[in-house]
Design a protein around this ligand. Structure first.
Ligand SMILES: CC1=C(CCC(=O)O)c2cc3nc(cc4[nH]c(cc5[nH]c(cc1n2)c(C)c5CCC(=O)O)c(CCC(=O)O)c4C)C(CCC(=O)O)=C3C
Ligand SMILES: [Fe+2]
Length: 370
């Protein structure tokens, strides 16, 4: 037992993600999975389908999750953490129910879940918890006895997440022509969500925007310290969907690029702070659509990297895993978090991030599962 790391009571980590199509025939069934019962207009679905077809019907997200899975396994093995890591998705194979069945058959009894979203919101947290509840219920209906599942705290302010993001911004600045580098605006972008969902996010509401503003401020501070230059920054939104009469978070990134151009901003660095990998929302909505807008305006613009499978992010997941394990054992672990919001809660309280009609959600105080 000498220098082995202690993950007790957990006996598995589950990487839980969105999933994406892996070929043209997958695109329509994938979009049907994503939007089942969500009232997204048909035209929006056809349009989003085209984004995928532009890339041969392949989303990069699954390859990115395989790379993260690899990075996690390497990090755990290299640091003496003997904990198996599984992977499952909400919307595409490997499906969550199938991986939870495998986990159950492997005899695992306590599973810690890492969802690939750093922030509180219905889409980034609660919906994953609802998916866990649905899958656990399906396994119970099959006569199996599934394990207990818990979810890792939000990592938006963890140094192992923000460090790689800040380094990505610094690297991107070097890609801009020297003459516009110091005046470049840092344009932090995340997924737009309905105003109503933003208001309901987190234990006390408003967490989605507050957490993003804090992460963006911390990255802007780190970039200022590293470069000795103070640059203006803003938080903007992308990938809006849903019916037009429903208010969603604004401004949209492309409208913001126009505003920057009108204000004579010399350049922009687009920082996809809301996402953990360069998936389709980054490749299409930023690298294709926003890039075209910047070119049309003649505004020099670059896009910085997401954390992806960065070893510092894998190490942060190990740290958060050990932190939560210690807390479950009744110890008082160190909880690293930058800035002023402090470490996020371990257990979502009842009703956290719930939509108007709350569905059963696992891995929280209101979980119907033990
Ligand atoms: C907050 C948030 C994140 C970040 C947190 C997280 O990462 O979880 C995120 C990530 C992602 N969103 C993704 C794809 C899609 N999101 C959609 C629809 C929606 N997203 C929403 C929110 C979010 N989404 C919302 C409020 C909707 C409206 C309908 C609904 O309430 O569900 C639709 C339907 C078509 C459309 O409406 O655009 C698609 C295809 C992919 C996969 C990309 C790939 O394939 O590489 C990823 C990682
Ligand atoms: Fe939550």
């Amino acid at each position: 037992m000498s220098d082995a790391l202690d993950a007790r009571p957990y006996d598995a980590l589950l990487l839980l993600s969105f999933g994406g199509p892996e070929g043209p025939d997958d695109v329509v069934p994938f979009l049907e999975n994503v939007t089942r019962g969500r009232g997204i207009p048909r035209e929006r679905l056809e349009e989003v389908g085209q984004h995928y077809f532009l890339f041969g019907g392949v989303s990069p997200i699954n390859a990115q999750n395989r790379a993260l899975l690899d990075a996690l396994r390497k990090d755990f093995a290299g640091s003496g953490l003997d904990l198996p890591v599984y992977w499952g998705n909400r919307n595409w194979a490997p499906y969550l129910t199938d991986v939870l069945r495998e986990i159950t058959r492997d005899g695992r009894r306590r599973v810690l879940v890492l969802a690939t979203s750093a922030y509180a919101s219905y889409s980034g947290c609660r919906q994953y918890r609802e998916n866990l509840a649905e899958s656990l219920a399906a396994l119970v209906a099959e006569g199996l006895e599934p394990p207990r599942v818990d979810k890792l705290r939000h990592f938006f302010n963890h140094p192992g997440f923000l460090g790689p993001v800040a380094d990505g911004v610094i690297a991107s600045l070097d890609e801009l022509p020297a003459a516009v580098r110091d005046g470049a605006h840092l344009v932090f972008t995340t997924h737009s969500i309905p105003d109503e969902a933003a208001d309901a996010s987190g234990p006390r509401g408003g967490a989605y925007v507050a957490q993003h503003l804090e992460a963006a401020r911390l990255v802007a501070d780190a970039v200022r310290e590293a470069t000795g230059v103070e640059r203006p920054w803003q938080l903007v939104y992308q990938s809006r969907s849903g019916p037009p009469h429903v208010p969603w978070l604004e401004p949209d990134v492309c409208d913001h690029l126009e505003a920057l151009h009108r204000a004579d901003a010399p350049a922009a660095v687009l920082v996809p702070i809301g996402f953990v990998s360069d998936h389709m929302e980054v490749l299409y909505d930023l690298d294709t659509e926003a890039r075209a807008k910047a070119d049309e305006l003649g505004l020099p613009a670059v896009r910085s990297a997401t954390v992806g499978a960065d070893p510092r992010f894998a190490a942060a997941v190990r740290e958060l895993t050990l932190e939560r394990a210690a807390a479950e054992r009744g110890e008082s672990p160190r909880r690293r978090a930058l800035g002023t919001l402090g470490p996020s809660h371990d257990v979502c309280p009842a009703g956290c991030c719930a939509a108007r009609v709350a569905r059963p959600a696992a891995a929280g105080a209101d979980s119907p599962f033990a």
